[in-house]
Design a binder for this molecule. Structure first.
Ligand code: BV8
Length: 257
C-alpha cells in the first residue's frame, strides 16, 4: 500500500472515479454478505466454518458423497434465491446505467446478485451456483438417431442423474483443483490490465489464480483500492485501503451527490 489516506479519502477517490476512463470492480463473497449470503472464510458464520472447503467444493469431495455435497449446494442455492441485491450491488448497477461502458465487474462470486441488481458487464470467474451440468461429458451428446444410445436425460434423484446411463448432475461452479474457464479468465485479465481504477471489494484474496488479477492490474498501472472491513492478503497490492463494507461504502463512492 503506497498512500496514506488523506483527510477525505472518499471524496478524493470520487474525483478519481469521475476522471477514470475505465473502472473495474473485482468482487468476492463479502460483496454479498449484506444480502445475507454467508462468506467463505469469515470465521463466525462462514460457510467453511462447518465444512472443509477442499472436501466439499471439489470433484473428489462430490464423488465421495454426492448426496451430501449436492444438498449443501441446494442449501446455498435456496439462500441466494431468498436474498436480494444490497445497496452495494445497486450502486454499481446504477452507476453503469448512468455511464455505459465505464465500469466492468469481475466477480469470484457464484451468486447472481450483481446481475439481479442490473449490472450487465459481469465476468464470472468461478461459475454459476444456480446452474448445473453433467459430471461426465455425455458420451452420446451428439446422438442423432434413435439407433444410437440416447443422449443423457435428467431424471430425479439427489443429485439428479441420467435416466439412461446414471451420469450425475453437478453444480456449474469451478471447484478447487479445476481450471477457471479460459474465456472468463482471459477476459478478466484483459479487463484489469486496461483499468485506470481497480476496486477490490469483499475478498480475502486467498483464492488463486483470481487473486493474481489484482497483482496484474497494479503492474499494468491501475490505481488499486481495497474495500473491506478487515485486512486482506491483497492490502499490500493496494494504493489505498478503505475500511468498511460494500453496502455502506460503494453508494458513497458511486451514487450521484
Ligand atoms: C486452479 C466456487 C489450476 C465453488 C470457488 C496458485 C495458483 C493457482 C492455484 C492455486 C494457487 N494456490 C493455491 C491454488 C489452488 C486453489 C486455491 O486458490 N486455494 C486456496 C484456498 C489457497 N485454486 C484453485 O483450485 C483454482 N483452480 O488453480 O486451477 C489448478 C488445476 C489443478 C491443480 C491445481 C491448480 C480454483 C479456485 C476456485 C474455487 N471455487 N468457488 C463454490 O463456491 O462452492 S472459490 C470461493 O472462494 C468463492 O468463489 C469465493 O468467492 C472465493 C474467494 O473467496 P472470497 O470471495 O475472498 O471470500 P472469503 O470468505 O475468503 O472472504 C470474504 C471477504 O469479505 C473477507 O475479506 C471479509 O473481510 C470480507 N467481507 C465480509 N463482509 C463484508 C466484506 N467485505 C465487504 N463488505 C462486507 N459487508
Amino acid at each position: 500500500m503506497n498512500e496514506l489516506p488523506g483527510r477525505h479519502p472518499l471524496r478524493d477517490l470520487r474525483v478519481r472515479l469521475k476522471r477514470a476512463r475505465r473502472i473495474v470492480v473485482f468482487s468476492g463473497a463479502g460483496m454479498s454478505a449484506e444480502s445475507g449470503i454467508a462468506t467463505f472464510r469469515d470465521a463466525q458464520d462462514g460457510l467453511w466454518a462447518h465444512v472443509d472447503p477442499m472436501q466439499w467444493a471439489s470433484e473428489a469431495g462430490f464423488r465421495s458423497d454426492p448426496p451430501r455435497v449436492w444438498a449443501w449446494y441446494e442449501q446455498r442455492r435456496a439462500a441466494v434465491r431468498q436474498s436480494e441485491p444490497n445497496a452495494g450491488h445497486r450502486a454499481l448497477a446504477a452507476f453503469s446505467a448512468r455511464h455505459p461502458g465505464l465500469l466492468g465487474i469481475v466477480t469470484q462470486n457464484v451468486d447472481d446478485l450483481h446481475q439481479r441488481a442490473g449490472s450487465t458487464e459481469v465476468i464470472r470467474l468461478h461459475g454459476d451456483l444456480l446452474a448445473d451440468r453433467w459430471l461426465e461429458a455425455c458420451p452420446h451428446a451428439e446422438a442423432t438417431d434413435a439407433a444410437q444410445a440416447p443422449a443423457c436425460e435428467v431424471d430425479g434423484g439427489t443429485p439428479p442423474r441420467c435416466r439412461h446411463c446414471g451420469n450425475l448432475r453437478r453444480p456449474a461452479v469451478v471447484w478447487f483443483g479445476e481450471n477457471l474457464p479460459y474465456d472468463a479468465l482471459s477476459a478478466a485479465e484483459a479487463a484489469v490490465s486496461d483499468a485506470d481504477e481497480l476496486l477490490v471489494v469483499g475478498t480475502s484474496g486467498t483464492v488463486w489464480p483470481a487473486a493474481g488479477l489484482v497483482v496484474r492490474a497494479r503492474q499494468a498501472g491501475a490505481h488499486v483500492v481495497v474495500v473491506n472491513p478487515e485486512p486482506t492478503e491483497l492490502d499490500d497490492e493496494a494504493h489505498l485501503v478503505l475500511t468498511g463494507t460494500a453496502a455502506r461504502l460503494l453508494p458513497r463512492l458511486f451514487d450521484p451527490l
